[in-house]
Design a protein around this ligand. Structure first.
Ligand SMILES: *Cc1c(COP(=O)(O)O)cnc(C)c1O
Length: 396
């Protein structure tokens, strides 16, 4: 099929729920994607913060190909060496004690919500409230879209699951007001991704942790996007040393292979008891092979330090652009390679113009250009994008 036919066939048969760019991709290599007509794009989206090692990384190709020839799935009724190894390296990288493997970020967050509810109900019947933030994003299942503090994800889906309370992100006084002994968990992204790359003020996460301790609530971090070296640390919580009781991760843990996980500290490792949680596909040997290869490859490359270094270079370049166009770029923020440039008006046209110049970028929350490239992106590739953005902004 050519691009036109691919798009027409998809539009005929697929549910029309996505706003897609009019490009059909064929393959990728490193940080470059190729469309069905052979046009190349440098990728600053990485499948939405997923492909930390870029496309067709040899370690991933080898691990997945070998594993599929051995055993892809046979359920969690059995043990697997590769699952044991993946669990061990992920727990070590996250500095947590135990893990549960799921298939997506939303599913991982479902696990966190169930953990908090079970924890609360073991203390008091009324202890079921879960506090989340406005502008958050936690997934598309009924529970996780309800946890998501953005009204447009809720519309038309009522009645929503009960027990969620929202607070402005980064505002200590606001969360202090809603915290009481009926709260069983506080679920936050350490840095909000989809909501506009929002970094909370220093000390905020620590203050939230203190409030959780005071009210015996679990501190839950959603590191689906911010985890796995993205922000320049293995997990974003490590920037402030505020370790959650439990956290979720997903996007990059399989470097493109669908997988999610939630991890817990030992003191809450027995809240979910045999039979309380499960998954047919979660933790299957194939996904574990992808995860093990991803994590160990990134460890060997010191990918946390790489992302910190490259991210600082990229951010400085964006800040220079902001200096040049102070009326057009109103803020540059983020950590590592989770970066945002806020524009004075919606940024859809910047995405389209960048595409024409051969760069894939993303705009979130309406007017925030979000840059979440593969963590192997080079300074040269960044320089090329910055030059293109400079040209685009002149006209913007
Ligand atoms: C993408 C994302 C999710 C949802 O992950 P899925 O794999 O799409 O279910 C949850 N939380 C955050 C912070 C995300 O960025």
């Amino acid at each position: 099929m050519d691009t036109k036919e691919i798009i027409e066939t998809t539009e005929k048969y697929y549910l029309p729920v996505f706003g897609r760019l009019q490009i059909a991709l064929d393959h990728g290599e490193g940080c470059t994607l190729y469309d069905a007509d052979g046009k190349a794009y440098t990728d600053f989206l990485a499948g939405i913060a997923v492909n930390a090692l870029g496309y067709a990384h040899p370690a991933e190709v080898k691990a997945i190909s070998e594993q599929i020839g051995k055993i892809a799935h046979a359920s969690n009724i059995f043990y697997y060496e590769i699952q044991a190894k993946a669990a061990k390296v992920l727990c070590e990288a996250a500095q947590m004690d135990r893990v549960f493997f799921a298939n997506s970020g939303a599913e991982a967050n479902e696990g966190l919500i169930k953990l908090a509810r079970k924890y609360g109900s073991s203390k008091a019947a009324s202890k079921y409230k879960i506090v989340t933030a406005y502008d958050s994003f936690h997934g598309r299942t009924m529970e996780t879209l309800t946890a998501t503090g953005q009204a447009h994800y809720h519309e038309g889906l009522e009645p929503l699951p009960a027990g969620f309370v929202y607070v402005p992100f980064g505002d200590i006084a606001a969360i202090e007001k809603v915290m009481d002994d009926d709260v069983c968990g506080v679920l936050l992204e350490p840095i909000q991704g989809e909501g506009g790359v929002n970094v909370p003020p220093a000390g905020y996460l620590k203050a939230v942790q203190d409030l959780c301790r005071k009210h015996d609530a679990l501190l839950l971090f959603d590191e689906v996007q911010s985890g796995v070296c993205r922000t320049g640390k293995w997990f974003a919580y490590m920037h402030e040393g505020v370790k959650p009781d439990a956290m979720s991760t997903a996007k990059a843990i399989g470097c493109g292979f669908p997988m999610g996980a939630f991890l817990v500290q030992e003191r809450v490792a027995h809240v979910l008891k045999p039979g309380d949680h499960g998954s047919t596909f979660g933790g299957n040997p194939l996904s574990c092979a992808a995860c093990y290869a991803a994590i160990t490859t990134m460890q060997e490359m010191h990918m946390d330090e790489v992302a910190a270094r490259t991210g600082a270079y990229f951010k400085a370049g964006l800040e220079a652009l902001q200096k040049k166009y102070p009326d057009k770029i109103t803020d540059v923020r983020g950590k590592g390679l989770l970066l945002g440039a806020e524009l004075y008006k919606p940024g859809g046209s910047v995405v389209t113009e960048a595409l024409k110049k051969g760069f894939i970028i993303n705009c979130t929350a309406g007017n925030v250009l979000r840059f979440v490239p593969p963590l192997i992106i080079t300074e040269k590739e960044i320089d090329a994008l910055l030059k293109a953005l400079d040209e685009i902004l002149t006209e913007f």
